[in-house]
Write a protein that binds this ligand. Structure first.
Ligand code: FAD
Length: 406
């Protein structure tokens, strides 16, 4: 059977959509299948993403420089510290400046809706991309030469290779035999936009509270996107109380360092889980984005890792095609797995460790933790390693993510 497409992409979140654009630009014929409404995203909240330097490079390389200039807000500094409701920052402070890695910024903040709107507009014009909305992939079966997928509307499609970008929502990877390790954090995250009267100067703040971290991420000089982590029951309550009561609860946590605050968006909330696929590939398929791993949002890296999957995946299969290899062949997929597996594991472990270590508070332990933070602040090579990781500039960077300015 001759395959209808080179690739099937399952899931049209940011990862699946950007993957489809990257693949078609590299000359592959792609079918993207999305279970939701691709033409009207109708996002429930005003969530924003911190995009690393390398993710911004990828978007620029794919022709989205204008999007970043118009809607991106550069992150000019990062402050990480412990915080306590009503007391603000406390103890040792870790402060990161982009010039420490020779950059003007650590990347930028962007609203999910602006990013998706630009991707959706672009994909419509990609001649090699076909999109099917409101259709779920319900089953998939590889054979010697193709991957066949069955969809909820009773159709089936063939391609050489399937990229699973389903955010692990429908567990397609598991159905195909992938094992995941992980746990529920028994925590949720709430996100919304807050306006404030004093300028933030583009600095992102991460306060580690005993109940979970809270981040203030600069979306303009006078507004931040907050990501507030707490137990599921607290997050459920914070999501449903009225705006006035919410602000009264937020004020003592937020503190006054950015002046008076007002709510500037609806609130969205997400349950948090840690999950890591033990294998990133199988018979004629590969896992990308949250389908490959889900991490705690405290480091703002989940999407950045997914975009790195995209850039590495495209580079590998493009090279394979140039060499005349079958792109769905196990050896080709193994190269993707080798490239991305360690990164996946390292971030899952690091974010889990930070969440664990800072979500505890008792006397002797607090002192040890503060000493640890102080040591990190003073060991310059370790600190710059952490900054490079966060900027997406550590390790083997895919070509599409390297700076276009050289
Ligand atoms: C509060 C919060 C803040 C965050 N902030 C940041 C940040 O600042 N920076 C960062 O890098 N990351 C951040 N993240 C992580 C980031 O949101 C995720 O890593 C990213 O959105 C994952 O994208 P994805 O495309 O892989 O998955 P998803 O966004 O989950 O998309 C999956 C898509 O697949 C579709 N789908 C599912 N099953 C099927 C099926 N069977 N058939 C067809 N379609 C299907 C779904 O409808 C969906 O459109 C944050 C996460 C949270 C919760």
């Amino acid at each position: 059977m001759t395959p209808d497409y080179d690739l099937l992409v399952v899931g049209g979140g940011v990862v699946g959509t950007l993957l489809t654009i990257s693949l078609t630009r590299a000359g592959f014929k792609v079918l993207l299948i999305e279970k939701g409404d691709f033409t009207n995203r109708n996002l429930p909240s005003d969530r924003c993403f911190a995009l690393s330097v390398s993710s911004c490079n990828l978007l620029e390389a794919l022709g989205f420089k204008g999007l970043l200039q118009q809607y991106g807000n550069p992150i000019k500094g990062v402050v990480v510290t412990e915080g306590f409701a009503g007391e603000g920052a406390r103890g040792e402070i870790l402060e990161f400046k982009p010039h420490e890695i020779g950059k003007d910024s650590f990347g930028c903040m962007i609203r999910e809706r602006d990013l998706l709107a630009a991707l959706d507009e672009r994909i419509k014009n990609e001649k090699l991309a076909q999109i099917i909305s409101f259709t779920k992939v319900i089953d998939a079966a590889p054979d010697q030469r193709t991957m066949q997928v069955m969809t909820s509307d009773g159709e089936s499609y063939h391609a050489q290779l399937m990229a699973i970008c389903d955010g692990k929502q429908d567990k397609l990877g598991e159905d195909l035999g992938c094992n995941y390790v992980g746990k529920s954090y028994s925590q949720g995250a709430l996100s919304c936009t807050i306006k404030h009267t004093k300028p933030n100067e583009g600095v992102a703040y991460q306060f580690f509270m005993p109940s979970g971290p809270i981040a203030f991420l600069p979306i303009s000089n006078h507004s931040v996107s907050i990501v507030w982590t707490n137990t599921c029951s607290v997050i459920d309550r914070l999501s449903t109380i009225d705006d006035g009561t919410f602000l009264r609860e937020l004020r003592p946590v937020f503190g006054t360092f950015l002046g008076d605050i007002t709510l500037d968006s609806t609130r969205g909330s997400w349950p948090l889980e840690l999950s890591l696929a033990e294998e990133l590939v199988g018979g004629r398929f590969a896992l990308l984005g949250d389908a490959a791993r889900k991490i705690h949002p405290l480091a703002g890296q989940g999407l950045n890792l997914g975009l790195r999957d995209v850039a590495a995946f495209v580079e590998i299969i493009q090279t394979a095609r140039q060499r005349g290899e079958d792109i769905g062949f196990a050896d080709v997929l193994e190269r993707y797995q080798q490239w991305r597996k360690f990164d996946s594991f390292a971030f899952v472990a690091t974010t889990d460790f930070f969440n664990w270590i800072y979500s505890r508070s008792f006397p002797g332990y607090d002192l040890v933790r503060q000493l640890g933070t102080g040591v990190i602040a003073k060991i310059i090579p370790f600190k710059s390693y952490l900054i490079k990781e966060a900027a997406g500039l550590a390790g083997d960077i895919p070509v599409l993510m390297k700076s276009n300015q050289g």
